[in-house]
Design a protein around this ligand. Structure first.
Ligand code: SF4
Ligand code: SF4
Length: 94
């Protein structure tokens, strides 16, 4: 299986771990992931409950992800999962 790989600035190969899932049941809407992502992958979503409006994060543009995992590193609730992607499987399907 050939995975999508990249090169570091000094020419070393690395394998990106692309965003796979974001568990909105765990999400507290703190926005740390949103601030971490430079690729416009994430967006807030608001849900009305009986008394309040709950904000949580969602994957809005998954195909923009470069697999840096900065969002997951900064999430205090462990909401994210990641996966490498096969080189022939371009496109985001979740
Ligand atoms: S892995 Fe990087 S590019 Fe992808 S959503 Fe997270 S912060 Fe953005
Ligand atoms: S960092 Fe985690 S808990 Fe905070 S908004 Fe993002 S997914 Fe939700």
């Amino acid at each position: 299986m050939a995975l999508i790989t990249g090169l570091t600035r000094d020419g070393h190969e690395w394998t990106p771990d692309f965003i796979k899932t974001l568990d909105k049941e765990l999400c507290i809407g703190c926005g740390r992931c949103y601030k971490s992502c430079t690729r416009n992958v994430l967006a807030y979503e608001e849900v009305d409950t009986e008394d309040t409006v709950k904000a949580y994060m969602k994957i809005a543009n998954g195909g923009n992800c470069i697999g840096c995992k900065a969002c997951g590193q900064n999430c205090p609730k462990g909401c994210f999962s990641f996966e490498p992607v096969e080189a022939h499987a371009y496109g985001y399907t979740s």
